[in-house]
Design a protein around this ligand. Structure first.
Ligand code: LCS
Length: 406
């Protein structure tokens, strides 16, 4: 295939990662095979010895998976990427590749619940210690670094409070301490934030969210900056086995072709919904980086490229009980965890996505028991707002009729 340098992000979304295949298809075929036939015993031995390029076994590499990996590496401005079975498999691949017993991690106190729990339980069992700190406050980050700190792990905007970490500042602190900065870029995708350009060493995603965008795949990916790191990570992923499969790779790669368009609409809709919620008398507070009331509004404008994503958190007057009535009353919005798909989803972190952190962990992270999280989809914004308006109205009624979902 003729190759030319592509500069613009929208064009990269459509063309990145597509190689040359038999019969000249314009999209990568699904190589739904677990293993690849060798031409001869010598050919097999040579592939295993790394003396020639080719495919051996799908846990090691597969052309459909590789096409997606090359695409995401290009979108994030990295060297190469590693497709994983889920976002959590990506998080684990990063920890298992970069940490050993005796190492210390500084992690945002606000991260996806299971990421925090993985560090405080399983990684702790393997002798890795973690300090959870509000990474929006770089003074606290600096104070938490120790001589054995190997990793600064950040989620920005954070799930579910939408708190922002200054990535350039965080990278400087990590590097001054000989540690590496790892960024979970799930909430914005490379369409809106490219951490490697800001100094991050490793970027990861739950591709279940915006990258795939259609709520029909669970997958993850890790992007690294250099060949040496890539080789270490690839070995770990190959040995632990949490790889993505060819069919899911095909679906995510297809989803990415419309990433740019989808993110624009998510941002547009989320901004309108956040402004609606902020003005509503039954809403206590709203957190969205596109609102002037967000404490890091200026930083978000500087760090994000043309928008702030599709996720909003807020609390209804009346706390959890009122939030529960609201969640039971939505009709168009779906009551479901996950985010980043084309459809609007609503959920309650304290009893759902962040339940595993425990009450104390949530309190330290500023996740209130009444916080409701909304993942704004690409429907018509007026329809989403009408649905939320009706559901909010139900919170003032004594008769708490539960509506059926559409
Ligand atoms: N990182 C972030 C920021 C996430 O939001 C999630 C999942 C993960 C990693 C893990 O990805 P997974 O293994 O699910 O692909 N977040 C979820 C959420 O907020 N609701 O349901 C899943």
């Amino acid at each position: 295939m003729k190759k030319h340098n592509i500069e613009n992000f929208e064009t990269k979304c459509v063309h990145s990662g597509i190689g040359s295949y038999q019969f000249g298809p314009v999209t990568p075929p699904i190589y739904q095979t677990s293993t690849f036939r060798f031409d001869s015993a010598q050919h097999g031995a040579s592939l295993f010895a790394g003396k020639e390029k080719g495919y051996i076994y799908t846990r090691m590499t597969n052309p459909t998976v590789e096409a997606l990996e090359d695409c995401v590496a290009e979108l994030e401005g990295g060297y190469k990427a590693l497709g994983c079975a889920s976002g959590m498999a990506a998080v684990h691949t990063v920890f298992a590749s970069m940490l050993k017993a005796g190492d210390h991690v500084v992690c945002s106190s606000i991260v996806y619940g299971p990421t925090s729990t993985l560090l405080s339980t399983i990684m702790s069992n393997f002798g890795v210690e973690t300090t959870f700190v509000d990474t929006a406050d770089l003074v606290k980050v600096k104070e938490s670094m120790r001589p054995n700190t190997k990793m600064l792990y950040v989620e920005t905007p954070a799930n579910p409070t939408l708190s922002i970490t200054d990535l350039e500042g965080a990278a400087k602190i990590a590097h001054a301490n000989n540690a590496r900065l790892v960024v979970d870029n799930t909430f914005l995708s490379p369409a809106l934030q490219r951490p490697i350009e800001l100094g991050a060493d490793v970027v990861l995603h739950s591709m279940t969210k915006f990258l795939n965008g259609h709520a029909d795949v669970v997958a993850g990916i890790v992007v690294v900056k250099d060949e040496e790191t890539y080789k270490i990570f690839r070995k770990v992923l190959n040995q632990t086995g949490g790889v993505i499969d060819p069919f899911n790779s095909f679906l995510v790669h297809r989803g990415i072709k419309t990433l740019s368009l989808r993110m624009q609409k998510h941002c547009e809709n989320a901004q309108l919904v956040a402004e609606f919620l902020e003005k509503h008398p039954l809403v206590k507070w709203v957190s969205y980086p596109g609102l002037k009331s967000h404490p890091q509004y200026e930083l978000a404008k500087k760090q994000h490229k043309g928008g702030h994503g599709g996720v909003i958190s807020f609390e209804v007057e009346g706390g959890y009980e009122a939030g529960e009535i609201m969640m039971n009353s939505v009709k168009l919005c779906q009551l479901a965890v996950s985010l980043g798909g084309i459809e609007t989803l609503i959920q309650h972190p304290a009893s759902m996505t962040h339940a595993s952190m425990g009450k104390e962990g949530r309190k330290n992270a500023g996740i209130t028991e009444g916080l409701v999280r909304l993942s704004v989809g690409i429907e018509n914004a007026a329809d989403i707002i009408e649905c939320l308006e009706n559901a909010l109205e139900q919170t003032t009624k004594t008769d708490t009729t539960v509506f059926e979902q559409v």
